[in-house]
Design a protein around this ligand. Structure first.
Ligand SMILES: Nc1ncnc2c1ncn2[C@@H]1O[C@H](COP(=O)(O)OP(=O)(O)OP(=O)(O)O)[C@@H](O)[C@H]1O
Length: 527
């Protein structure tokens, strides 16, 4: 859009600003490609006309509830609209059939009560103010009217509010499709209640404090809500993707490891039972100086996580087993290595390392020597023989961390399976609504491989968004025979090539861990 409009004195424009992103003003002089702009802040700036974007003089002061109503669809125009709405507490805005949510960072309970849910029931998309309830309602209606399953994608940067939005979508679906009365009368928990109640458990093991978000989901989640012939919820399944495994043994300041580690260390009884202690004494936690979260009592969190586990059908014995593994992972991280007797070999460094090795083995319920060997040696199987090769201290440490990551991610998968078994799936269901909450990414100098994958998938989503919304608008204009210059939407080949490369290089490794099915699905979803 920039540079395509002839600017004359008196035109209103947007100019990029390094501090506030965009500033608006009026063109007061034009000299070829150079323009002088008197900004609304009172300053005068010189700019190239090719870098200026036209500003709509008739832009309504409270903005518009659908971006496609804007005169100019460029970045400053979209941001201005979102900001105007945000200033009057309107955090939701449509772009065609897509809902944009701006994180309010404070509770707005009046937006989500039962009365509001009731209002959206049956209303057409666009009839009422933009809202996640409207999106969920539209998916539910379309499923009924067209008889086909629906999916809702929730995407955005870390801390943008995806999980909160997902919870609102689920609450609405539970409201319109739930079996109120029925099971509740018998004291049994309904499917929708169980799906909502599984959140605290998943968050305890899959969420962590990051720079952006104190409760950041470090995994992607696809919740499938299944419906019966009378369009009532009859089953559900939670599928999780791409748990950030590297966080188990690598945490950068001021972030934290997964919440469950700190909760466990705060429970006096368990600390004694599992020979734990202050989080500062564990290598997997003390790489960062952040141990506490403002306003959060970890020992209370531990109790509520166990209560939430009761609710989703995880027995007390299973809960004990889960936390035993969490404690074992902490002990494992403290097993340091020193050079062994043979060349390029290694062994536990000292008595302290031996103690943690013994504890880890005890808690994993495995043989101590076998656990040591699994870290200090590598077994190579050839056609003719089996060779056991010693590992030096660096390789043994890498083996230890790999083991911790695999154990933790398997534990997470086990918990998800357990929740799914308890909720129960309706194998006969022909219709479902899927909600995909793909976890947010942050751009750091050294992103982990998991973050790299997420960035790729989000980039694909972004492309999908651009193509879908603006292509839809173009089609609409064509239908109405409005003169509209075509934009050609070309898939970003670089991104496609990169995804292909990642798939090829990553799958053999992933297959070893039995995660291939999830990855294939994920990539199919976005490819
Ligand atoms: N609609 C909302 N109302 C009130 N607070 C919100 C809302 N959306 C987000 N927040 C606040 O922002 C925080 C971060 O939101 P959320 O956890 O949903 O982000 P996210 O996009 O899922 O992040 P990540 O990808 O890191 O998991 C929440 O803990 C909450 O405090």
């Amino acid at each position: 859009m920039a540079g395509q409009v002839n600017l004359a004195v008196g035109c209103l424009v947007w100019i990029e600003d390094p501090e506030v992103a965009w500033i608006d003003g009026e063109v007061v002089a034009v000299n070829g490609q150079d323009i002088r702009v008197l900004c609304s802040s009172g300053t005068t700036v010189e700019a190239k006309s090719s870098n200026a974007y036209p500003k709509d003089p008739e832009f309504p002061s409270c903005g518009v509830d659908d971006m496609t109503k804007l005169a100019y669809l460029h970045e400053p125009g979209l941001l201005q609209n979102l900001k105007c709405r945000y200033d009057v507490n309107e955090i939701y805005t449509y772009t065609g059939g897509i809902l944009i949510a701006v994180n309010p960072f404070r509770r707005l309970p009046h937006l989500y009560d039962n009365g509001i849910m009731q209002q959206y029931k049956g209303a057409d998309l666009g009839e009422l103010s933009p809202h996640p309830f409207a999106i969920a309602n539209s998916a539910y209606r379309q499923m009924i009217n067209e008889g086909i399953s629906q999916s809702i994608l929730v995407s955005g940067e870390s801390g943008a509010g995806k999980t909160e939005s997902t919870k609102m979508l689920m609450r609405y679906l539970a409201h319109v499709g739930g079996r109120d009365g029925g099971k509740a009368a018998t004291g049994e928990r309904s499917v929708e209640q169980q799906v909502l109640e599984s959140n605290p458990v998943l968050e305890a093991f899959g969420n962590a404090k990051t720079v952006r978000n104190n409760n950041s989901s470090r995994f992607g989640k696809f919740v499938e809500i299944q419906f019966d012939r009378s369009w009532r919820i009859s089953g559900a399944a939670i599928r999780t993707y791409l748990l950030e495994r590297s966080r188990v043994c690598q945490v950068s300041d001021p972030e934290r490891n997964y919440h469950c580690f700190y909760m466990l260390c705060a429970s006096t009884e368990e600390v004694e039972k599992y020979k734990l202690g202050n989080p500062r004494t564990f290598h997997y936690l003390n790489q960062s100086n952040c141990y506490e979260l403002d306003g959060l009592d970890e020992s209370k969190e531990y109790t509520s996580t166990r209560e939430a586990m009761d609710v989703v059908g995880i027995s007390t014995a299973e809960q004990d087993a889960i936390f035993r593994v969490v404690a074992a992972v902490l002990h494992l991280g403290n097993v340091e290595f020193t050079k062994g007797k043979d060349a390029d070999s290694s062994e536990p460094k000292d008595d302290k390392a031996r103690f943690h090795l013994k504890m880890a083995a005890e808690l994993f319920m495995c043989d101590e020597k076998a656990l040591e060997d699994s870290m200090c040696t590598r077994v190579i199987v050839t056609r003719d023989e089996t060779i056991t090769k010693c590992l030096d201290t660096v390789s043994a440490t890498l083996s230890r961390d790999a083991l911790a990551k695999i154990v933790y991610s398997r534990l997470f998968d086990w918990i998800v399976d357990k929740i799914n078994n308890s909720i129960g799936q309706d194998r006969d269901s022909k219709h479902l609504i899927g909600v995909l909450d793909i976890y947010g990414f942050e751009s750091f100098k050294t992103n982990s491989f998991e973050q790299f994958c997420i960035n790729l998938t989000n980039e694909k989503l972004q492309q999908h968004f651009n193509q879908h919304v603006f292509k839809m608008e173009q089609d609409e204009y064509t239908k109405e025979e409005i003169n509209w210059s075509y934009i050609e939407f070309i898939d970003n080949q670089d991104v496609l090539d990169l995804i292909e490369k990642v798939q090829k290089s990553f799958f053999p490794f992933v297959t070893n861990l039995n995660f291939s099915a999830d990855f294939v699905d994920l990539f199919i979803l976005y490819s």
